[in-house]
Ligand binder design. Structure first.
Ligand SMILES: [Zn+2]
Ligand SMILES: [Zn+2]
Length: 237
């Protein structure tokens, strides 16, 4: 069956559509042009750091004001093909991108997860969800949970206020806009109590969304919260 499917639908590159050898998602050319974050990174926000280290390292920003969550990671820099993939996923209903991204994210997120960890997407407001028909973070959470062999819950968190699109807004404004916008779903109280949580979002910019989602988890008495983003903005060096 698998072989027949492959003959009928040979795997194609997620970005250029060219034929690819494996299910890994990208052709060799697009792979080379995709900014995977593979080296040393800040243990809380996933920002790339120079050099190598045996220890857990943190960026200056996280040392100055540690995030609410315990640890975090990101898979791609949010530029070039990293940005292209996120935008294709967000705008194009591209479930295949989320499926391929699951193992990519798992490679970074595995040390943050234990057997009891619950994978939880950052929620979209219902109105935006209806317009877009799907929550890209939920697709990523499912892909990641499958790759890690963990449970996931698409509606563990809810966005109770409609918030404007954050793109292009400054740090202060993002935090202000999102304040108290996210809560734990009362129907999932049992599931969340004491459970370590791995939050998933498509892009980490200032961390405002993860901050609110982590605060909602804490209010629901979850275990430790870690975060994983498909991509993160990276300062030019
Ligand atoms: Zn390609
Ligand atoms: Zn950091």
């Amino acid at each position: 069956m698998q072989t027949l499917l492959r003959m009928l639908y040979p795997p194609r590159c997620l970005i250029c559509g060219g034929l690819v050898e494996s299910d890994f998602g990208l052709c060799a050319g697009c792979w080379r042009e995709t900014p995977f974050l593979s080296g040393l990174a800040c243990a809380t926000c996933g920002a790339p750091l120079p050099g190598e280290s045996e220890r857990e390292e943190h960026c200056d920003a996280c040392l100055a004001s540690p995030p609410l969550w315990r640890a975090g990671c990101a898979t791609l820099a949010y530029r070039d093909n990293g940005r292209t993939l996120v935008l294709m996923l967000k705008r194009g209903d591209r479930h295949d991108i989320a499926a391929a991204a699951g193992p990519w994210m798992a490679a970074r997120a595995r040390p943050l997860a234990g057997p009891e960890t619950l994978v939880v997407p950052v929620p979209l407001h219902l109105r935006r969800h209806l317009r877009r028909r799907f929550n890209q973070s939920a697709l990523l959470a499912r892909g990641l949970a499958e790759a890690l062999g963990l449970d996931w819950c698409p509606d563990a968190l809810l966005r109770i206020r409609h918030t404007p699109v954050l793109e292009g807004r400054g740090r202060e404004e993002r935090f202000r806009t999102l304040a108290d916008a996210i809560v734990a779903n009362p129907k999932r109280a049992e599931l969340l109590k004491g459970r370590p949580v791995l939050l998933v979002d498509d892009v980490l910019t200032t961390g405002a969304t993860f901050y609110e989602a982590t605060a909602a988890c804490r209010a629901a008495d979850t275990g430790a919260v870690c975060v994983c983003a498909l991509a993160r903005t990276v300062k030019d060096t």
